[in-house]
Design a protein around this ligand. Sequence first.
Ligand code: BG6
Length: 507
Amino acid sequence: MTDNPSNEKKPDPCAFVIFGATGDLAHRLVIPSLYNLAANGLLPDNFCVVGVARNGMPNDELRESLLKGLRQFATRKVDEAIAKRLLECLTCIEADPSDPASFDRMRAQIDKLEAARKTGGNRLFYLATPPNAFAPIARELGRTGLLVEENGAWRRLVVEKPFGTDLASARALNAELLKIAEEHQIYRIDHYLGKETVQNILVLRFANGMFEPIWNRNHIDHIQITVDEKIGVGRRGSFYDATGALRDMVPNHLFQLLSLVAMEPPSRFDAFAVRSEKADVLAAIQTQSEQEALENSVRGQYLGNRIGDTEIEDYRKTENVSPDSATETYAALKLTIDNWRWAGVPFYLRTGKALGVKRTEVAIKFKEAPFTMFSCTAVDRLSQNYLVVGVEPTEGITLQFNTKVPGPAVTIDGVEMKFRYKDYFKAEPSTGYETLIYDCMIGDNILFQRADSVEAGWQAVQPFLDAWKKAGAKGLETYQAGSEGPAGAEELLKRDGRSWRKLGPND
Ligand code: BG6
């Protein structure tokens, strides 16, 4: 659509079909990402967007509404000419999975559009709908043959999170999708894999020779994975109250971080090898008994507070949240991985809403020096040796170590070596989704979740879900909005003689 300033190849001609085109995700992320790809010259010349809406809508109305969304959510200044060209190739089609005839009509309309736009029959179906629509839409796509790969054309299905709500439902959804498409056609999105810093974990580990020799139980004491958010539940009460922090964040986003940090080196940088290693390490997470799950977890719910200018109300007072809800807005877990690399190394995971800071990081804590020969000197404090992969607020990598403070006495203090993305690279701000959408179009599924990984993730959290469900409100702690979370989270580590990494003044 415009010149391609990078060396990335343009995807094949294709039709991009968005289910849920009138919804929030399409407005907030999908169209802004397509816009960024268009602005970078990374959309094919023969291209069309089909916006599927259950109740239909005139093309102009949908274009106008998506343009408004684009202006609001764009990550860069919108060039009206590029936006216009993008939205001109959009057609709105009415289809509702409860009305099979509408899918037959849609098939005929897509055939026509493909011929007019010369897209060669390549199609990408993006399910930007509520999750209860995934299986019904997939069934109709299967029945109408829209996903059958034939005459050299590819057909792909992109599925958003949440992928199931527990192990059984994830298995059922996988089984449903695999009836109508092959695994290589299914792209299960986790937006964390669109983040540069998350992708960089692989490069950090496997493009540098110096980390791998120490990346194991001999040198690593434990690993902390933190995804703290400042925002409360806001207007997502009804979704969130049925979901909770554990389901919303752990088997997907936190496990993406965990699997990249903990996986074995893949033999090749290709989707099969990388995804197999990720699935293997998730499957090696020790399954806990109900008692162990209770001992190795903490859950909390936030109480209202004023943070700066923002008033956050009690979680239980949120619209569409039950007044006696036992849903957790904070979860912390201690997990172990049963393999030679990680035996005996705890992985502590925590995530929550309405906390004091927004922070996403993986902190690798190395073992202390085996013998402290400085014990007789004036040691101010021995800092912990952490290697921190920062995703938010700082995108970068920090190494913390001890150094001598200048002066006649041997005084030791902790210092940091910092790499920040923004100091080295001038990347255009992005939604994070464009990489993923681009990869779907070029058929690279390395950054997408395979069925076995999704199921291994649910398998690992299922004992916690079951134990918490059984315990109800018993054991659910509270914490003030704007705080660091429930007191029990600190206890969880203290019990093992450890503590969560505090944010430093430069973080
Ligand atoms: C989503 C969750 O998947 O991820 C949200 O449903 C959460 O509850 C969001 O706020 C966090 O994403 P990020 O990129 O802001 O860390």
